[in-house]
Design a protein. Structure first.
Length: 242
């Protein structure tokens, strides 16, 4: 099975591809480039849910393009991956998170009574649920915590906003900017989706001196090295029983 992994930026893409053995092959797409190693195509799609959705949609529409004369092959799984902020101390810096819910935390409307999610407005959706069996297997293989990961268009920068997010989404483990966009594109192509994050910073006041981006990128590489057999060998029919 071929797996598409979508990150925001090249440094995250490279951290993922380092986990896989074999030679790296580059395949051109409109406005982007797949970095291919074995069964994994890794794409730096851009920051934010819109860029992530567009890049994922282009890649899925291409059907895992072959670089030579052989035919292209469909993807069986899409993974949104990268570093992110976490609601510590539940998920400390340098740890891993796998999403059991991919949530659009700021898609909706502000009202006099507070924020209303898009679903409360009577249209759209604000959550995707990755395959539960796959979530459990990846968490077991990598030592990751499993829980909701919030997608935001504006990174949280205050304790007040962090508190409001946790109040609205109890049990949330982390926030990032791309997961929901990747999931939206995957769902429209009827391909299962997963989100994996390595924690680089705490959600709340922005303190760059406390960020551990290098450690998070190393954890991301380690996670995909351990999870690769699970991702490549996963069969969606397993979740009919899980």
């Amino acid at each position: 099975m071929r797996v598409l992994v979508v990150t925001a930026v090249p440094v995250e893409r490279d951290a993922v591809t380092r986990a896989f053995g074999g030679a790296e092959e580059h395949v051109a797409l409109p406005g982007a480039e797949l970095h291919r190693r074995g069964a994994f195509d890794v794409l730096a799609g851009g920051a934010g849910p819109a860029a992530a959705a567009a890049a994922t949609a282009f890649a899925l529409a291409s059907g895992a393009p072959a670089s030579g004369a052989s035919a292209s092959a469909p993807y069986g799984l899409v993974v949104s991956a990268g570093i992110g902020g976490a609601f510590t101390p539940v998920t400390p810096l340098g740890s891993l998170v796998v999403a059991d819910g991919i949530v659009a935390a700021d898609l909706g409307a502000e009202t006099a009574d507070g924020f209303l999610p898009v679903t409360a407005l009577g249209f759209g959706r604000d959550r995707f649920t990755p395959p539960p069996v796959l979530v459990r297997e990846v968490a077991a293989a990598t030592g990751a915590a499993a829980g909701p990961v919030l997608t935001v268009s504006t990174v949280t920068g205050s304790a007040e906003r962090a508190g409001a997010l946790l109040s609205a989404h109890p049990g949330a483990l982390a926030e990032a900017m791309e997961g929901f966009g990747v999931a939206e594109a995957a769902a429209r192509a009827d391909v299962p989706v997963l989100e994996v994050r390595a924690v680089s910073n705490a959600v709340g006041p922005r303190d760059r001196d406390a960020w551990r981006i290098g450690d998070a990128l190393a954890a991301l590489t380690d996670a995909f090295g351990k999870a690769a057999p699970v991702l490549q060998g996963w069969n969606s029919h397993e979740d009919l029983e899980g």
